[in-house]
Design a protein around this ligand. Structure first.
Ligand code: FAD
Length: 393
C-alpha cells in the first residue's frame, strides 16, 4: 500500500472507532507472541512495525509532518488498548512522547527533516537519556557534560537504565553544558541534544545491556569524548530541564493509560477465572475473599480512568494539568498493581505458570511504581504543589 493510501486509511480508522481498530491490530499479536518474546528477551519488531504502519506511533505528530495529529485523549486510548490486549506498549511508547521535545523546541529545519521520517518509521526516536547512576531521581545533579569544541560538542559521562537504545536511531539526551557551580538555579545549564545513535556507537558511545526482570531493552550508556555536531542541539542551550518538564504531563498521562489497560486486563482475567474454576464444588468467585479484591481493583481502575481522562482533556485544551497528570499516574499505577495482585490470588498456583501470562504482566506492571517516575516523587509533588506543604527534598 502506498504511503498516501496508508495515511488515508489510518485517518479513516481514527474517524471511525479508534479503540476497535487498535483492538483489531492487537489481535494479530496474541498473548503467546508476548510471552515468547518475554522468555527470549527479544524486541517485538513485528508489533512495532504494525504500529508504525498504522501510524499509531505517530499519533501525536501533526498531519503536516505526516502524523495522525490526534489529541492526547485519543493517543491514550491506543496505549491503553495495547496493554489491555495482554501486550506491552513499553517497547514502542516512547516514540509517541519523546518526539514532543522536538516538536515543541526543535528548529523548523530539524522538524521538517526529522518528523516526517519518524512518522513514516524510517527513523526511530525511541530512546530518552536522563537517568544517571549517581544523580538518580535528582535530575538537576546529573554530571554528564556536553562541552563546546570545534563548532560542536563533546559528551562525557554515564547514563543508566536507558531503554530501547539498540532499537532506536536517535537518542534524546540531557547533559550539562554549564557547570552547576556557575548557574543561578541548579535547573539551569542543562541542555537537550538529539544524538544519532548509529554514528555514536563505537565512536565515543558504549552501550552495555542491563538484564532486568521484564522484557525491556535496558542499557547503561558510557560517553567517552563523543563528538556531536552543533546541529544536535534542541532548542536553546541551558533550557533542557524545562523542556523535560514540558513533556512530563503527556508522558504521565500516556503511561497512566498503559496502567489502565493492564488493570482492565487483570480484572477481566480474574473475573473469568473466578467464575470458571471450581473448588469445594463451587466457583471460587462465590467466595468474598476472591470476589471483593477483584471488585475493589475494578473500582480503582475506573477511578484512575476518570482522572486520566480529566488530565488528558485539560492537556488537549492547553490548560494546566500537571497535578491531574501526576494524580492520574499515581492512581493508575496503584490500580494496575492492585488488580495484578487480585489476579495472582485468584489464579492461585497457576498464576506462577508462565503459560497463564499473569506472572509476566505482574512483572511488567510493577515497573510503573518506579519508572518513568517513582510514586514517592508524585506524592512529593502533590504535597508541595497542591497542598502547599514544605518541600521534602
Ligand atoms: C526498566 C527501566 C527502564 C527505564 N528507562 C529509562 C529511560 O529510558 N530513560 C531514563 O532516563 N530513565 C529510565 N529509567 C530510570 C527510571 O526513570 C529511574 O529508575 C527512576 O526515575 C528512579 O531513579 P533511580 O532508580 O535512580 O532511584 P533513586 O533516585 O536511587 O531512588 C530510589 C528510591 O528512593 C526514592 N526517593 C529518592 N529521593 C526521594 C525523596 N526526596 N522523597 C521520597 N522518596 C525519594 C525514589 O522515589 C525511589 O523509590 C528506567 C528504569 C527502569 C527500571
Amino acid at each position: 500500500m502506498s504511503i498516501r493510501r496508508r495515511r488515508a486509511a489510518a485517518r479513516q480508522e481514527v474517524a471511525g472507532d479508534l479503540r476497535q481498530s487498535v483492538r483489531e491490530l492487537c489481535r494479530r499479536f496474541p498473548e503467546s507472541y508476548w510471552s515468547d518474546l518475554d522468555s527470549e528477551r527479544a524486541y517485538p519488531e513485528e508489533f512495532v512495525k504494525a504500529m508504525t504502519e498504522a501510524r499509531y506511533l505517530a499519533a501525536l505528530i501533526p498531519e503536516k509532518y505526516g502524523g495522525l495529529g490526534l489529541s492526547l485523549t485519543k493517543a491514550s486510548i491506543i496505549l491503553e488498548e495495547v496493554n489491555r490486549s495482554g501486550g506491552n506498549a513499553q517497547p514502542a511508547h516512547a516514540q509517541m512522547y519523546v518526539m514532543g521535545a522536538l516538536l515543541r523546541h526543535g528548529s523548523e529545519e530539524q522538524k521538517g527533516e526529522l518528523l516526517p521520517r519518524i512518522a513514516s518509521g524510517q527513523l526511530r526516536l525511541q530512546a530518552f537519556g536522563v537517568t544517571e547512576p549517581v544523580a538518580g531521581t535528582d535530575t538537576t545533579a546529573l554530571t554528564t557534560t556536553a562541552l563546546p569544541r570545534d563548532g560542536g560538542y563533546v559528551v562525557n559521562g554515564r547514563k543508566i537504565f536507558i531503554s530501547r537504545v539498540q532499537h532506536s536511531d536517535l537518542l534524546l539526551l540531557l547533559a550539562r553544558t554549564t557547570p552547576i557551580e556557575q548557574v543561578h538555579k541548579k535547573t539551569d545549564g542543562l541542555t537537550m541534544f538529539l544524538v544519532e545513535l548509529r554514528q555514536a556507537i563505537s565512536h565515543g558511545l558504549t552501550v552495555k545491556p542491563i538484564p532486568v526482570m521484564i522484557n525491556n531493552e535496558t542499557n547503561e550508556l558510557i560517553f567517552d569524548n563523543l563528538e556531536i555536531p552543533a546541529s544536535s542541539l534542541v532548542g536553546e542551550e541551558g533550557k533542557g530541564f524545562s523542556y523535560v518538564l514540558d513533556g512530563m504531563n503527556a508522558e504521565r498521562i500516556l503511561i497512566a493509560s498503559e496502567c489502565i489497560g493492564d488493570g482492565r486486563w487483570f480484572v477481566e482475567k480474574a473475573v473469568g477465572r473466578a467464575g470458571q474454576r471450581e473448588v469445594f464444588g463451587r466457583p471460587i468467585g462465590k467466595n468474598q475473599g476472591i470476589q471483593f479484591p477483584i471488585a475493589r481493583a475494578h473500582v480503582g481502575v475506573e477511578a484512575a480512568e476518570l482522572m486520566r481522562t480529566r488530565a488528558s482533556e485539560l492537556f488537549d485544551r492547553g490548560e494546566p494539568c500537571g497535578s491531574q497528570a501526576n494524580m492520574a499516574l499515581l492512581l493508575a499505577a496503584e490500580a494496575s498493581w492492585q488488580a495484578a495482585n487480585a489476579a495472582m490470588q485468584t489464579y492461585g498456583g497457576y498464576s506462577f505458570a508462565s503459560s497463564y501470562q499473569i506472572e509476566r504482566k505482574f512483572r511488567e506492571t510493577r515497573l510503573f511504581q518506579v519508572a518513568p517516575i517513582s510514586t514517592n516523587l508524585i506524592l512529593a509533588h502533590i504535597g508541595e504543589h497542591v497542598l502547599g506543604l514544605p518541600r521534602s527534598y
